[in-house]
Design a protein around this ligand. Structure first.
Ligand SMILES: [Zn+2]
Length: 411
């Protein structure tokens, strides 16, 4: 088993060019006394859209580590994988996010369900549990989640066959589904994962509220805090009660830019003495665009072209992300308008600064899903990343450190 630091943060790097700038943010954090594991996460969906493979992400991570002479822990996450695509990630990843959301609600065999309910019936009287777990919770959760749990176990065994030394981290994710899981359901899910012998170390439930890509949390922040605290307590308890790894902690997906929930996550984990994992991904790609725009000249022209194309292809680009964006076309500036903008104006619209009246959430979300446009530009885009490296890497580091790591760990 690979044991991460108590705190770990996922950093996506769509084009695999910002590893060094991202590491700088973690170095700044370490200089202030907090070590967090950097985990480069990339999903199969991102690989397909960009045209990269698991080996490319491993290569980008290793090269960045060498370039910086980085000594602290890092991982490469096969993000949101399943039985159908895990094989191509096994040689290159040491963190696996097994996504079984699609299997929620499928029934396991009657025999398996009955056996599980009988074996865990006593949970309903467990006074040590941090939440009340009723007999109905156990029965309903078994019906709803047992099949998904068994699927996670299958994928885990496959990974273990390919990596017999066991030196990897297992996350189970159920976040990409419609309904949030209650803390009691989470307790039964963790019992199920232990029962199926999955050494889960991070669990990503679906939390209440909207986790739109690249923008702040939408929902009741106090409600989220209560739910997060209850879930964190369940994870701490479940590790002991079911013999799961002691390092078990919650994982927050689509965690970039969720500034309003960071203080709660920080406070609750500190009070409970537990860690957390938080995934960010597209926020770094948006900093590439900001860096290009800020540089002016050809960089700004390219950033404008990305907007123009993304605007024209909104429906197509939004398809795979429909559940995690809220974009209204009437709040988007037309490409003609954007084409008339100065560098400062473009940056002000895109940079995630809610205090700036020129900041435009809709534009930010549209560009968030617009990375396909940049991917199609191929060498032209990649060479621009080199040409404008100074302003891009400065923005990548500042965004990750000032807006994410600092409020999560320091402020
Ligand atoms: Zn996710």
């Amino acid at each position: 088993m690979k044991i991460l630091y108590k705190y770990s943060v996922g950093t996506g790097d769509r084009f695999g060019r910002q590893g060094v700038a991202q590491l700088r943010a973690f170095q700044l954090l370490a200089q202030r006394g907090i070590k967090a594991t950097i985990v480069w996460n990339k999903s199969n969906r991102e690989h397909m859209i960009i045209g990269t493979k698991a080996a490319d992400q491993r290569d980008a991570a290793d090269k960045s580590i060498q370039a910086v002479g980085y000594k602290d822990q890092y991982c490469v996450d096969a993000d949101h994988i399943g039985m159908h695509n895990v094989d191509s990630f096994i040689p290159y990843a040491d963190f696996f996010t097994i996504d079984v959301a699609d299997f929620i609600g499928k029934p396991a065999s009657a025999e398996r369900t009955k056996g599980f309910v009988a074996a865990y019936a006593l949970l309903a009287q467990d006074k040590s549990a941090p939440v009340e777990i009723t007999r109905e919770d156990i029965e309903n959760s078994a019906k709803k989640y047992l099949f998904a749990i068994d699927e996670a176990a299958k994928v885990y065994r496959r990974i273990h066959e390919g990596k017999p030394d066991g030196n990897f981290h297992i996350e189970v994710s159920m976040d990409e589904t419609d309904l949030p899981q209650s803390p009691a359901e989470l307790a039964v899910i963790l019992a199920g994962l232990a029962d199926a012998k999955v050494p889960v170390q991070t669990i990503a439930p679906k939390f209440t509220g909207r986790f739109n890509k690249g923008v702040d949390y939408v929902g009741d922040v106090e409600g989220f805090n209560k739910e997060f605290e209850a879930d964190a307590k369940v994870a701490i308890w479940a590790a002991k009660a079911f013999g799961l790894p002691e390092s078990l902690k919650l994982s927050v997906h689509s965690g970039s830019d969720k500034f309003s929930i960071y203080p709660g996550i920080k406070r609750i984990c500190k009070a409970l003495g537990c860690g957390f994992h938080l995934k960010t991904a597209g926020t770094t790609w948006l900093e590439e665009l900001i860096g290009l725009a800020e540089a002016g000249g050809g960089g700004l022209a390219l950033a404008k072209r990305v907007y123009e194309k993304a605007y024209a292809r909104y429906d197509e680009l939004a398809g795979p992300y429909a559940a995690v964006i809220d974009v209204s076309m009437d709040r988007l500036p037309t490409p003609a308008e954007v084409n008339s903008w100065t560098a400062e104006r473009y940056v002000a619209a895109l940079r995630h600064d809610k205090k700036n009246p020129l900041f435009n959430q809709d534009l930010r979300q549209l560009l968030h899903i617009g990375y396909k446009v940049a991917a199609e530009m191929g060498e032209e885009y990649l060479s621009a990343l080199k040409t404008y490296e100074e302003s891009i890497s400065r923005n990548v580091t500042t965004n990750l450190f000032e807006r994410h790591l600092k409020p999560l760990f320091l402020d």
